[in-house]
Structures are given as structure tokens and as C-alpha cells.
Design a binder for this molecule. Sequence first.
Ligand code: F6R
Length: 240
Amino acid sequence: MKIVITEDYEELSRSGAQSILDVVRQTPQAVLGLATGTTPLGLYARLIADRKENGTDYSQIRTVNLDEYQGLPASHPQSYAYFMRKNLFDGLGMDPEHTNIENGMAEDEEAECARYDALLNELPRDIQLLGLGSNGHIAFNEPGTSFSSGTHVVTLAESTVRDNARLFSDISEVPRKAFTMGIKQIMQAKKILILASGANKADAVYKMVKGAVTEQVPASVLQLHPDCTLIADREAAGKI
Ligand code: F6R
């Protein structure tokens, strides 16, 4: 794993945005695997600013997102579909037909997972962006998830529900289940870029980079990927 340590979140976001822009400029029809959460917000803001300044073209770019809460429609302000429109897709002028995410309202879970697996096979990702859970999760693959998992429904770990409660008015509103891309599919991306910011990620960063490769630390699987880069700010990199 290549490791880039930045002074602060600003520099992390700039450096991450540059990696995505390199792919978009080199491959106008690239497939981008994208994440939600707080960490990529600065990177997304920079992609939008770059498009305004330089007119970078996203008309042929396609995206696939990692995960979606179960039970929230795409119109719900806390859904990941809404998050992506608000924080990235609208600003890039993305054709909604070119963006993909699990349907949190799907009644048949198995059929929805199979649909997403098939879609991921059709759209091999040129780059997959990831955030890191404080418990070492990637997407919503919580500790103990098999490295060979495909798209599946998960019950979120209590620590993840607590971490995500800040985005809801009350912890009781945080959905307990979600659809997530599996670890096998994350590993199939040509390139992986994982971002980590803040001292609360320092333990997870240490285990991901220096610890054993184990399903108890899902992100540790990234040690096995041939082209994975971690960009961490000083605080997140504090223990490595
Ligand atoms: C988001 C996702 C999660 C987050 C992780 C870190 O789509 O799959 O794995 O990347 O929980 O979240 P933040 O960035 O909010 O600390």
C-alpha cells in the first residue's frame, strides 16, 4: 500500500481530488466507485470547483456507490442517494442515468443484491474511493465480514450507528440496516484510494496498515491490493 501523509484535511482533499482528476482526464469514460460520509466532502468540493474553473467533462463518466441505508427512499435527506446528488452529482452536471446506488427501498433484498452484483460486473471500476470506519470497516463491511462477500445487507455495528448519529436529529432515527458492496468487489477495482482524517481514525489506520490481514479488520484486506493508496492527515497517521 502506498501511503501519503498530509499536513491537514485541506491537503488531503486536494491530493485526493488530484488522483480522481487524473483518472477522469485520462479516461473520459471512466467508472468511479464513490463513497459517502464526512471524509470525502472536501475532495468532492474540489472536483466541483475544478469543473467550474476548467470545465472538466463528466458527460461520459459513470459512477457506482458503495452503500445505501435500507428503508430510506432516494428522496430522503439522510439517504446516500440524496447525499451524492447534493454534494457531488449536481455540481458535476452528472446525468442521473450514469449514477448508480443500491435501492434502499427494494422489497426483495436478494434480487436487489443480485442486480447490483451484475451491475458491478458490467461496470469495472477504474478507481474506487473509500473512507475508513473507526472500527476498520470499509463501505458497510463490518468486522467479521468475509473477504469473499458480494453485495449484501448488513446490520450496522453499534459503533457505526453511534458514529453516524451526528448526521441525524436523534440516534433512534439512524437506520440499523444497509445494503453494501462486498469486499470482493471493492478489491476488484483497478485502483483504490482510501482517505482517513482525524485522530479518531488513528487506531483503524494502524491496524489497516501494520496489523495482520484479518476479517476482524476489513480494511486490512487492502494490503493485498496491487494498486492501493492511503491518504491520511497527520492526526489519522499519528500511530503509524
Ligand atoms: C460511506 C461508507 C463508510 C464511510 C466510513 C467513514 O459510503 O461506506 O465506510 O466511508 O464510515 O465515514 P466518515 O467519512 O464519515 O468518517
